[in-house]
Design a protein around this ligand. Structure first.
Ligand code: ATP
Length: 245
């Protein structure tokens, strides 16, 4: 499916998109807005960076924190260590001063749960700023499997963008119920509690495909920033095949 959200919260088809313009957002608010972008980032790739760029522009975010998972209970067989994934994230984001790498989940022992991360961040930032958890539509389909997912919206907003070939329709009933209650056209001027959609170009890339290509000896320079590719080469990452350490 080629459709993407149209930035007004509607789930519709949309045309191809040029680069985002951070000044173009119509929904700027005086309240500080902090985007939070979690994932395995194994490795970080161009779609992750595009998602952060578009979220910043479309949602008028002041900063975005990229939060690599520690031991993800949903993804047992990550290819690279947390230290390597963090390093690659730092290399990839070096030219974006508003995009910070936050290592808190990699420092937490045991399984990583987003709701715990959000509770911690809310305690640190206090009640005033808007926290906006960013995710692709695949993760919204998956939301009912997240630990204590009903509590997420008491700490943050959720902002969802379309992932290529993952529909913005037909979510599980629990997600449709959340959307009916919390869905909004644009991000309201509140610290938390709404689900919005934002647009970004469809980019056919995933960590799984990347790991497979790297294991096959390819050098997919169009999908990974140069310094990250160099690091992968130097550290000899992903050589033994997807899902193997
Ligand atoms: P894997 O294939 O290992 O699961 P991934 O790239 O799909 O890797 P993560 O690194 O965990 O997964 O992704 C972090 C976040 O980025 C998730 O919210 C995911 O939906 C989003 N994301 C990843 N790739 C894309 C993409 N091509 N387009 C839009 N969102 C994406």
């Amino acid at each position: 499916m080629s459709g993407i959200a149209d930035g007004t919260g509607n789930r519709t088809e949309a045309p191809s998109l040029a680069n985002p313009d951070p000044r173009s957002s119509s929904s700027r608010s005086s309240r500080r807005r902090i985007g939070l972008f979690g994932g395995t980032f194994d490795p970080i790739h161009v779609a992750h960076l595009a998602l952060a760029d578009w979220a910043r522009a479309e949602l008028a975010l002041d900063e975005v924190r990229l939060i690599p998972t520690g031991r993800s209970w949903q993804k047992e067989a990550a290819g690279a260590s947390a230290a390597d994934r963090l390093r690659m994230a730092e290399l990839a984001t070096a030219d974006r001063p508003w995009l910070l790498v936050d290592d808190r989940e990699t420092r937490r022992p045991g399984s990583t749960y987003t709701v715990d991360t959000l509770a911690e961040l809310r305690a640190e930032f206090g009640s005033e700023p808007a926290l906006v958890w960013l995710l692709g539509s695949d993760q919204l389909h998956n939301l009912p499997t997240w630990d204590r997912y009903e509590q997420l919206l008491s700490f943050a907003h959720l902002a969802v963008t379309q992932r290529e070939r993952v529909s913005l329709h037909g979510f599980p009933p629990a997600v449709e119920a959340l959307l009916a209650r919390h869905g909004a056209q644009t991000l309201p001027d509140t610290p938390s509690g709404s689900i919005v959609f934002f647009r970004m170009p469809a980019l056919p890339v995933s960590g799984t495909v990347l790991r497979r290509r790297l294991a096959a000896g390819e050098r997919p320079g169009e999908l990974v920033p140069g310094p990250v590719l160099d690091y992968i080469d130097q550290a000899g990452l992903y050589r033994r095949g997807p899902g193997q350490r």
